[in-house]
Design a protein around this ligand. Structure first.
Ligand code: USQ
Length: 403
């Protein structure tokens, strides 16, 4: 199949491109290198040095014999989207090409507005281009479990049957996102659902939980194929951060009470879920949602697991609860369904099987690169921009004016 991966330079995009390429698909990637620019803005970098996208594609050709076509461009530019679709003529698109961080979207007005414009308009451009230039193409879009929030009822996969005043309907599940970033995914979902209904496009919205992991079957083939693994407060996710903190001797940063319960999955399972979606496409006009995670943990459970496994490796690990920089429920009901990908054949990698060998030991091998000063959280959900505290934070990152 001809597949276009949007955001192909990223943490998930790059491994996805290799994974699909090695399984016989013709893969092209598009990226505008925005993540590399945000890294410079915030003075953070991935733990393992990564090569340029073009050099990684060259290394992939050497290692696997497969071609990966590289396009550089921005989804906010409709002409770029149109010309890439016309050139690649994809049968499936995997869309990771968005600003992925909740803290980034909560730093200041500029970054919140940028995140919303970048994500929502990029996806809107894609939908219009699909309508006119690739209407049969299957859009596999990365959404988030964070679209649902933490309601006091079970979470379904995208839709819920509601009976109200004696009448019944199946309606989109209510959304209560927890950041301006998570809200972009909500708005994308609505736009995609509408485009499927009105233009008969086909799409799978993958409401993904928190991803962890560094290695995939393909990244381990050659050091030049590594993916960009973040542990800083803005781009690092909870478990990835805890593992780096354990190796660096920093108390694990559990926010608030630590009873926040989330769905997690290994990076290898992300790739498999995307493949399963592509191999089992929806019909024309269908918009479907898969909840994409394999296990649930509270933040404290994660920290305790990292502590006990880290100590077996001789690390001194402590847990240091911090005042929660976010506004979120710290004690809540959480019971999301996640059947559809399992029904399609997903066999999960469990955290307990990968934590030591493919995470902690791999991080230890790169321990000298850990920048300890980018770990503690400074971005707060509810501090006014003119407060003293926000002023102090602003010094830590370059002020940014987005175009
Ligand atoms: N947390 C800590 N300590 C930390 C970092 C996070 O206790 O050092 C807590 C947070 O307060 C939150 C939970 O861990 O309760 C998850 O936070 P996270 O930073 O790992 O994940 P989040 O900001 O929700 O976003 C990440 C990805 C995002 C994706 C989302 C899936 O960055 O792209 O959409 O996970 S989900 O969480 O299911 O919405």
């Amino acid at each position: 199949m001809r597949i276009l991966v949007l955001g192909g330079d990223g943490y998930l995009g790059w491994p996805t491109a290799m994974y699909l390429s090695t399984r016989g698909h013709e893969v092209a990637v598009l990226d505008n290198f925005a993540k590399r620019r945000w890294e410079m803005e915030l003075n953070v970098e991935p733990l393992i040095p990564i090569h340029t996208l073009q050099d990684r594609a060259k290394a992939w050709k050497e290692v696997s014999g497969k071609d990966l076509e590289v396009f550089v461009g921005d989804l906010r530019n409709f002409e770029t989207v149109r010309s890439v679709l016309e050139s690649v003529r994809p049968e499936a698109i995997v869309h990771y090409g968005e600003q992925p961080s909740a803290p980034y979207s909560m730093m200041d007005h500029n970054r919140a507005a940028f995140t919303q414009i970048n994500n929502i308009i990029g996806t809107l451009n894609l939908l219009w281009a699909l309508r006119d230039y690739a209407p049969d193409c299957h859009l596999v879009k990365l959404g988030t479990m964070g679209e649902y929030g933490t309601p006091n009822i079970d979470i379904e996969e995208g839709f819920i049957e509601i009976e109200y005043k004696g009448r019944k309907d199946v309606l989109p599940y209510p959304k209560q996102a927890g950041s301006f970033y998570h809200l972009t995914k909500v708005h994308d979902s609505h736009n995609i659902l509408f485009a499927c209904r009105v233009w008969k496009l086909r799409s799978t919205d993958l409401n993904q939980g928190v991803v962890y992991g560094i290695q995939t079957e393909e990244t381990v083939l050659d050091p030049r194929l590594a993916t960009s693994f973040h542990y800083d407060e803005v781009f690092g996710t909870a478990l990835n951060r805890f593992c780096v903190q354990a190796v660096a001797g920093i108390a694990l940063t559990v926010y608030g009470k630590g009873h926040q319960l989330r769905g997690f999955l290994n990076i290898r399972d992300t790739l498999r879920c995307v493949e399963l979606s592509i191999l089992n496409p929806p019909k024309a006009g269908e918009y479907r949602v898969f909840n994409q995670f394999t296990e649930t943990f509270t933040v404290t459970q994660l920290a305790e697991l990292v502590k006990s496994e880290g100590e077996k490796l001789g690390l001194k690990v402590s847990i240091g609860p911090l005042e929660n920089p976010r506004v979120e429920a710290e004690e809540h009901y959480y019971n999301p369904t996640h059947r559809k990908l399992v029904d399609l054949g997903l066999v999960p990698h469990l955290l307990s099987d990968v934590l030591v060998d493919s995470m902690l030991k791999e991080i230890q091998a790169h321990a000298s690169r850990i920048k300890k000063d980018i770990i503690l959280p400074r971005v707060r959900w509810n501090t006014r921009a003119d407060s003293k505290e926000a002023g102090k934070r602003a010094l830590a990152s370059a002020a940014i004016i987005h175009d």
